[in-house]
Design a binder for this molecule. Structure first.
Ligand code: FEO
Length: 170
């Protein structure tokens, strides 16, 4: 693996861990607002991001590369509302999606074939994560003036199990 690709993958490990950290802050905010289902969903998502980071971490080591863990920025912890949290989650996923695309492009240019195969999983995963975040953010926008529907949606989100499909039931 070239240094350019290694550096970029180490940056992506940081991005995934930062996403995990950000989801954790979102979870804490929702819990304080008594949206415990949303808080639980976000906590599971935080763990998922950690597994994404570890997938790249293990890949770097399997290629006998040096993992370099970098500083993480303080995540946003104050939000206007629970719907605003999920809007922020959607935007975060869109940023990560663009980062993965750029990383894939770089690996392609550098002819890092093993990295390309590894990154294919991330491209597929990102399509799913963006779709789920878009659906949830959209649903919160739809019901945000109706407390009963908000609580229903919160309950739906609370049904998510670790490792299970992240999308709420229809
Ligand atoms: Fe690891 Fe949600 O992207």
């Amino acid at each position: 693996m070239t240094k350019t690709v290694l550096d970029a993958i180490n940056d992506q490990i940081n991005a995934e861990l930062s996403a995990s950290y950000a989801y954790l802050a979102m979870s804490a905010y929702c819990e304080l607002q008594n949206f415990t289902g949303s808080a639980s969903w976000l906590r599971i998502q935080s763990q998922e991001e950690q597994t994404h980071a570890m997938k790249l971490f293990d890949f770097v080591l399997a290629r006998h590369g040096k993992v370099e863990l970098k500083a993480m920025a303080k995540p946003a912890g104050d939000f206007k509302s629970v719907p605003a949290v999920f809007q922020a989650a959607l935007e975060q996923e869109q940023v990560v999606g663009r980062q993965i695309d750029k990383l894939y492009e770089l690996a392609f240019k550098e002819k890092a074939f093993a990295a390309l195969v590894e990154l294919q999983w991330f491209i597929t995963e990102q399509v799913e994560e963006e779709k789920t975040a878009r659906e949830i953010a959209g649903k919160f926008q739809m019901v945000k003036d109706d407390p009963a529907s908000m609580l229903d949606l919160d309950r739906e989100l609370g049904a998510r199990q670790p490792g299970a499909d992240a999308a709420p039931a229809e």
